[in-house]
Design a protein around this ligand. Structure first.
Ligand code: WT7
Length: 642
């Protein structure tokens, strides 16, 4: 390997020959093929799946609605399981490690059997039909993956709700998707503590309008839980007897799942993904970006509750027949070396994690990874937010021991899979720059008018439809059109970016009112509406504040209702309130009480000025404010609390 040492941030790293020479992609051929004929390129990727019936047309594009592989029929669970049985029945599909140290493994055959049994019961015992929605609110245990695949097998649309969300968030997502069945567990472990999932479910379902008829409960922690006769059913009981369930033949464009994500309004969006195009991209991108081989032990540390877990814990690796590591818990439990123990114990060869985790590892120090044998690692990846070059280089040197290429993958819930990255055996790596659009993907950086920018910053847009693109927002096509398609002729990603002379894209972060806290997307409006839902709060404005580990932390400016006075206790209460309304991931780091918020004469809150304050910059132009003095007061308050 050679390193060009220029300025710290402009070092370029190259994959070693030993990596490139064995890699799945080591030439430009895929780029050339996709360039010559994008649709036939995608067609050749789709042909790597098992179809019951071929498609009539690769793409039908009526902006902003795409139809991929129209007329084709397939089943996602069959493509993740049945197709491997002839050659890989005994190969391990999942290695799962619980936070308490328990290890369970599932061969492809065993996983297939579980999925079939659950799918059969969902259909024949609980009457779940093709197209019905099923909500999954689970810890990161194998049963969650089994449930996802069982839904896919019978054509039920899964809606996984991350186990860190509150009862209120769960309730909203159930009502929006109108799910008839919910699967959960008694609880999950997080840093040795039990998260009482079933208790949260009971609260969420106390809503008289709940559409949920059946709650399937996995016994995981063994805690005592409340039981509603006639509604609650033990998972172990339905799994007693093995069954076979024929995979439902799904149209390529039948929805596979809904996944809720934050936007710029208070209400989360149910992003809809369909079957054929999504799975085509999941399989293809996993193979080329992670250079997957049969011998790999592949570990994507994301929770299945996020899109990363859908595509790169379940559908991508399983459709490629690989061995997937899953770990239930937290990276610092029981000690700061938990991840490195897992890598060494299970001989993990590919590790895909988030910049926020990497920055935590840096903070904890290299003694923790250094205690373990990390020689099984051969490729590293990151996702979720921009990675700062320091963290990139640390990851490269300390975890990858200057041996493993790093793929910095940019994508979104909406894109279904990786859009921009380097390919590990082919490209030079530039810390902090995600890289190039994958073969088959077209991306550009545009100015506000939609003209392409070749130097300096602009807005990132995906300029051609791609198979795994979102097909809409569940039940809200107006919002789909206005959020993603009103800014430009092409797809507006919501991120700012620059491109360098080699075409490498550097993603700068969100340009809208969406925060990225520890890789989690949180809408400022969501937090604001939670805050004003508290009786003591009159108004709230939420902005992101730079945080060394989380990337961004939440800063809330709050005005109180008449007669309520600011106090440390109230501040704690408001933080707890947000946690209860949305979930712990959305907790404000700090609340600043103020008698008024900066507003224009027409009454619009000037969040931009607050953002500057939070970022430690000068407030900016305050002349349009109806109350210009307020910014000085707030600046003093910020200083006092920092
Ligand atoms: C937003 C999408 C995609 C799975 C995880 C998050 C940011 C994601 C990167 C990256 C810079 C990144 C963007 C994007 N983001 N990956 N490699 N470099 N920023 O999915 O919750 O839908 O969030 O995450 O801002 O828009 P998500």
């Amino acid at each position: 390997m050679s390193i060009e040492t220029l300025l710290h941030e402009s070092r370029v790293f190259y994959p070693r020959n030993s990596f490139s020479s064995q890699s799945n992609v080591s030439t430009q051929t895929l780029y050339e093929q996709a360039h010559q004929d994008r649709l036939s390129f995608w067609e050749s990727q789709a042909k790597k799946l098992l179809w019951h019936q071929p498609w009539n047309q690769v793409l039908d594009w009526k902006r902003p609605y795409a139809t991929w592989f129209e007329g084709g029929k397939l089943n996602a669970s069959e493509n993740c399981l049945d197709v491997h049985l002839a050659t890989k029945a005994n190969q391990t599909a999942f290695i799962w490690e619980g936070e308490n140290g328990e290890v369970r493994t599932y061969s492809y055959q065993a996983l297939y059997e579980k999925v079939n049994t659950l799918a059969f019961q969902l259909r024949h015992r609980f009457g779940v039909q093709k197209g019905d929605r099923v909500t999954l609110y689970m810890p990161l245990i194998p049963e969650l993956a089994i449930a996802v695949l069982a839904c896919a097998r019978i054509g039920a649309i899964h809606s996984v709700v991350f186990g860190g969300f509150s009862s209120a968030s769960l309730k909203d997502r159930i009502l929006d998707s109108q799910s008839s069945l919910l699967m959960t567990a008694d609880g999950g472990y997080r840093r040795g503590k039990i998260i009482p999932l079933k208790e949260m479910v009971d609260v969420a379902l106390s809503d008289p309008d709940t559409p949920i008829k059946t709650v399937l409960v996995v016994r995981h922690t063994g805690e005592t839980i409340a039981w509603v006769e006639g509604r609650d059913v033990a998972y172990s009981q339905v799994m007693e007897e093995p069954h076979f369930m024929k995979p439902e033949s799904m149209d390529s464009e039948d929805p596979l799942f809904i996944l809720y994500t934050s936007g710029t309004t208070g209400k989360p969006k149910g992003i809809v993904h369909t079957t054929g195009g999504y799975l085509t991209h999941a399989k293809y991108s996993t193979k080329v970006v992670f250079d997957l081989k049969d011998e790999d032990i592949y570990w994507c540390t994301a929770d299945i509750g996020w899109i990363t877990g859908h595509t790169y814990v379940i559908y991508g690796p399983l459709s490629n027949g690989s061995t997937v590591m899953m770990y239930e818990g937290s990276p610092d439990y029981p000690d700061f070396d938990r991840f490195w123990g897992i890598v060494a114990r299970h001989k993990v060869s590919i590790l895909y994690t988030a910049p926020t985790a990497i920055r935590s590892f840096m903070k904890w120090g290299r003694d923790y990874p250094d205690k373990h044998d990390l020689s099984s690692l051969r490729l590293l990846g990151t996702v979720g937010e921009p990675i700062n070059p320091e963290a990139w280089v640390w990851y490269y040197e300390v975890i990858g021991q200057s041996r493993c290429p790093i793929v910095d993958t940019w994508w979104q819930t909406e894109t279904g899979g990786i859009m921009i990255t380097t390919l590990p055996g082919l490209h030079a790596m530039k810390p902090g720059r995600a890289g190039l659009p994958l073969p088959g993907i077209e991306a550009k950086v545009l100015d506000e008018r939609g003209n392409e920018i070749t130097s300096g910053g602009g807005l990132l847009s995906l300029t051609q439809p791609w198979p795994s693109m979102l097909r809409g927002i569940w039940g809200d096509s107006d919002r789909f059109e206005s959020v993603y398609w009103s800014q430009f002729e092409t797809y507006f990603a919501g991120d700012g970016a620059t491109v360098d002379e080699d075409g490498y894209v550097m993603v700068l972060g969100r340009v809208d009112d969406v925060l990225n806290v520890a890789g989690h997307r949180i809408g400022t409006m969501e937090v604001e509406s939670a805050l004003v839902g508290h009786e003591g709060v009159a108004e709230a404005a939420v902005v992101g504040m730079p945080d060394l580990v989380k990337g961004q932390a939440i800063l809330a400016f709050v005005t109180l209702t008449e007669g309520v006075s600011a106090s440390e206790i109230l501040s704690k209460e408001l933080i707890a309130h947000v946690s209860q309304e949305i979930g712990a991931i959305a907790k404000p780091q700090k609340i600043i009480f103020t008698p008024e918020l900066p507003k224009t004469r027409s009454g619009k809150i000037m969040r931009r000025l607050l953002k500057n304050l939070a970022e430690g910059k000068a407030a900016g132009d305050t002349t349009t404010l109806s109350n210009p003095g307020i910014m000085d007061d707030l600046a003093l308050k910020m200083q006092a609390t920092c």
